[in-house]
Design a protein around this ligand. Sequence first.
Ligand code: DP6
Length: 353
Amino acid sequence: MTLSKNNQSRESIGKIVWRCPSNIAIVKYWGKKGNQIPCNSSVSMTLSKSFTEIELSLSEKKTDEKISLNYFFEGKKNVPFEERVRKYLSDQYKYFPFLKNYALEFKSHNSFPHSAGIASSASAFGAIALSLLDVSRILRKQTINEDFFKKTSEMARLGSGSACRSIFGEFALWGKNNSISGSDNRFAILLEEIHENFRNFNDSILIIENEPKKVSSSAGHSLMNEHPYAKNRFLQANNRSFHLKNVLKTGDFEEFITIAESEALTLHAMMMTSRDYYLLIKPGTLIAIEKIMAFRKETKIPVCFTLDAGPNVHVLYPASEKNKVEIFLNNMFKNSVKEIIFDQMGKGPEKIR
Ligand code: DP6
């Protein structure tokens, strides 16, 4: 169907399909203010195999409700997520004038198993923003250009902060950092100078546990508002974002490892030292961390770990060490973790249709 009422566009917007990858933060975003403004800059690596694919279909709106929306996740209506998207659309109503005339149906699925416990809000809101902005773009007869991705990153951020980094491939930075020109609180930017050592970097995810989180990321972010260490933490993260940008350029594995591992432990230390303290790591998380550190010491292979807001362990290593590390991971963890997902750095979102 061509929804070009006034012959606005020759491109069809009846059905749009975008694939948006997940990302893993090396310097963590933890703490936000106002309308999804981060308290510090963060840097992440965009993944390849872990993605959300969304088909957005538009049809003529037949009711007089403000937003006509259906959200299906893996074939089933997902009411809680549909409500989150409805609120998002309602808050961003002015940016999407087509919501007035059209009913929206999202059909979404993840490439990773639902039970994997991988945070999916980054890839989901990335894909939602990409499909919505694509409709706007088609109606305005614009092309997909740099500005499209910048705007999409901004709109993705309003759905979920970390989603704004998934709009770019390889390594992305989000948040105003006085030492980094072009950095912005509203959207992420691509880090362009990446050393050979970090190209096609690998991330293998050890699924320690796949139950839903006890404390949501949103609740965790808000605990940073009155956190006794907040000021120093935000300063540290900004310094590390700047430092990591240079490390990615020079190819310094040793410094990369120090930043990545300390960031993971600092993130969880913030949770453990909040007023309403809580623990997301499990015994299996600590066992895995110790084994990875021991393996690095023994083999001198530059392999390290990071964590997101959960118990699962992300194992990071260069492409040149892929075989050796994968043998180690399979031998060491195959029988003790729920699953291992072998992923790697990716090129960013893809328009499928
Ligand atoms: C620990 O992006 O999930 O993964 O903005 O509330 O949706 P919201 O939070 P979210 O927080 C991610 C936190 C993190 C670190 C990171 O990805 O930088």
